[in-house]
Design a protein around this ligand. Sequence first.
Ligand code: IMP
Length: 336
Amino acid sequence: MMHYADIIVDLQAGDTGKGKVAHHLAKIPNEYTHVVRYNGGGNAGHTIYHDGEKFVTHYVPVGVIYGIKSVIGPGCVVNVKDLFKEIEELELGGFKVRQNLWIDKRVHIITEDHQNEEGSETKIGTTKKGNGPCYRDKYSRTGLRAESVPELENFLIDCYEEFHETDGQVRILFEGAQGFELDIDWGDYPYVTSSHCTVGGAILNGVPPQKIRKVYGIAKVYQTYVGSKEFEPNDPIFPKIREIGHEYGATTGRARQVNWLDLDKLIEALRINGITEVIFNKLDVLEEVGVFSLYENGKLLNFKTTEEFQNYVEVCIRKKVGLLSYIRWSKTPFGI
Ligand code: IMP
């Protein structure tokens, strides 16, 4: 029976450090029985540091690192070849992936045709992993599902049975991909991905809303975006932030465009997702650059110190969103 579900959502355009937060939460003893990826596919890239070693995952939920049942939920899409490559890499890293990884039978398959179709796409600057064409075929009801792929037979699971019909408690950590600004409905259309990156996307994977306990919203103290639209203002400060913050795509290696935090967009993401805990990452990057700025109502505001910046953001959030459980500021190396 499902006891509770906690959800991790990205409040910006991806790459805010969700993987790190998932890694941190999954480590808490007896907190979760399942870690579930709820949207997207190989377009996602989660960078995780475990025992000093760096791992980049695209499909496999972080639960495998701790021997927790890890599920690729029905809201996701999977390229079978890439998934097996990732499983092998993680197994070489010493993790028991095959024993802990499960795939919902409803997951849609990214075919070679899907991937080839995106080969030369530049209009919105996709990751060229075939996600868009795969979701298109899912919605036009012509797609291929995991249940029809023989190689996946040993991994198949039915999330309904798993979450609602098993003996004992089910305590889920939902791990999202991409972010609010890339959400198919709430993002900056057409510069969006093809899946649901909000809390709604997690619920679509078989959770009744009453079972949601906490919703972790993850943001950086500045913003980044990867894709074709112009996002980064022409100012040498942004390349500097990119270098110090190592802002290069975990999946494609592309340079992420950088801009200051947009407070109004952040409030929108906090409200729509019903965030209960906020984690701001990479405060140390702004500290190293020594400039603390953000946009509010289209105006650029500058602050003299970290504390002034943090205080302004916290007061604004508490005023506009209400009393959250907590707002944490995290530096690299990570700690919340
Ligand atoms: P797609 O998801 O590959 O279709 O790409 C659509 C848009 O989302 C492009 O601007 C991508 O760069 C962006 N995108 C997709 N996945 C991620 C991610 O994990 N982090 C950051 N941007 C992403």
